[in-house]
Design a protein around this ligand. Structure first.
Ligand code: SF4
Length: 373
């Protein structure tokens, strides 16, 4: 109870986000999804009520709960109740969907228990159909727009945004889809890289390589930004170059992922619903990654997992990297005199050495998020 009281205020909670995979099933078999690429090994399943019940008392540990992993969350019949329970625990609630079930979900979404609905798309009509196993972009946008309109009419906090998966074939149509999103009345549009490269073909679809953004992509992104400004829709673009980051965007120090079968780990990329190692492709070829599981819900509580030795070990380099940056910043002196410059050089040398001796864990090898993609 003491812990619970301590974390009543959402911004003081240990996890910035908890991602909960409510199902690994889906309505489609998209070519950009590991569920199709690894289908022989894929384990389909839903998070069971008993596991949710084991999680619910610890929801107060997270500021934000994202109810989706590798599957389509709107397929899970318990989703409305779970969204409400997470809301009651003081969490912000979000989900990502392929949009097909939005119209049917409107009945419960209009209760306002989901703060952020992200609809994932990959191109204009024909490209989206190709990449997304025949899904009709027009119908998806119509349904998403309807949810956004209902939310505004009812003065709900719910926001509906489009997440555009950037690929080489889809890059030229971003601007057109920004326009469609704005006309449909969506709240925001953002572009993400295809950073889960489970096969050579996915690697070749992504719009970046070791040497940076592929040719012509920056121009398409620039055009999309201008379209968003003209249409008055909030826009966020992806990273334009590779640079080793202190901690990846998911930040395992403040993030955890729960898979449908109860495994808890650092991120969705390290716990796929498959047996055995996870393939990851880069220009250097294939790397096989061992999944990272801190513990299993049901056997241990989320609160215990967060302070477990396995999590501490995995997150240690991230902590050290952030500490190195912090020490660097606090060693800086104002001014540009000789003394200040010498201090800057010394602090930079210490930081470089610290970062080199605290590189990302082995499981993050070849993960594009390490380089900020
Ligand atoms: S770098 Fe990649 S694999 Fe490692 S924790 Fe971040 S997202 Fe997961």
């Amino acid at each position: 109870m003491f812990l619970k009281n301590l974390f009543q205020r959402r911004n003081k909670r240990p996890l910035r986000a908890l991602q909960v995979e409510v199902t690994s099933r889906c309505t489609r078999s998209c070519m950009v999804c590991p569920r199709s690429l690894l289908k022989i090994r894929w384990r389909e399943g839903d998070l069971e009520e008993a596991l949710w019940n084991a999680l619910e008392p610890d929801l107060f540990l997270a500021e934000y709960v994202h109810l989706q992993g590798w599957g389509e969350p709107l397929l899970h019949p318990a989703l409305p109740g779970w969204a409400r329970a997470a809301r009651k625990a003081g969490c912000k609630v979000g989900l990502t969907t392929n949009g097909e079930g939005l119209r049917d979900a409107l009945d419960w979404l209009k209760e306002g228990d989901v703060d952020l609905i992200t609809v994932s798309v990959g191109g204009n009509e024909p490209i989206h159909r190709d990449l997304r196993d025949g899904i009709d972009l027009g119908q998806v946008l119509e349904a998403a727009g309807e949810v956004a309109r209902v939310a505004r009419r009812r003065s709900l906090k719910t926001k509906v945004q489009l997440s555009y998966l950037l690929t080489r074939p889809g890059a030229s149509s971003i601007s057109a889809v920004v326009e469609m999103a704005a006309v449909s009345g969506l709240d925001a549009f953002f572009v993400i890289h295809l950073d889960c490269r489970f096969s050579r073909s996915l690697m070749e679809l992504s719009a970046f390589s070791e040497s940076g953004l592929c040719e012509g992509i920056a121009a398409h992104l620039g055009k999309a930004r201008k379209t968003a400004e003209r249409m008055g829709i909030v826009y966020r673009g992806p990273s334009l170059n590779a640079e080793e980051v202190l901690t990846c965007a998911l930040d395992p120090l403040r993030f955890a992922f729960l898979s449908w079968d109860g495994r808890i780990g650092p991120c969705v990329n390290l716990l796929l619903p498959i047996e055995g190692p996870i393939p990851r492709w880069s220009e250097a070829g294939e790397t096989l990654i061992e999944p990272v599981c801190y513990g299993r819900l049901g056997e241990v509580r989320l609160s215990e997992v967060l302070s477990s030795e396995s999590r501490r070990r995995f997150t240690a380099p991230f902590r050290e990297r952030l500490n190195a940056e912090h020490s660097f910043l606090s060693a800086l002196e104002p001014g540009a005199g000789a003394r200040a410059l010498r201090k800057l050089d010394e602090a930079d040398a210490v930081r470089t050495a610290e970062l080199a001796s605290n590189s990302f864990p082995d499981a993050c090898e070849a993960c594009p998020k390490k380089l900020g993609w």
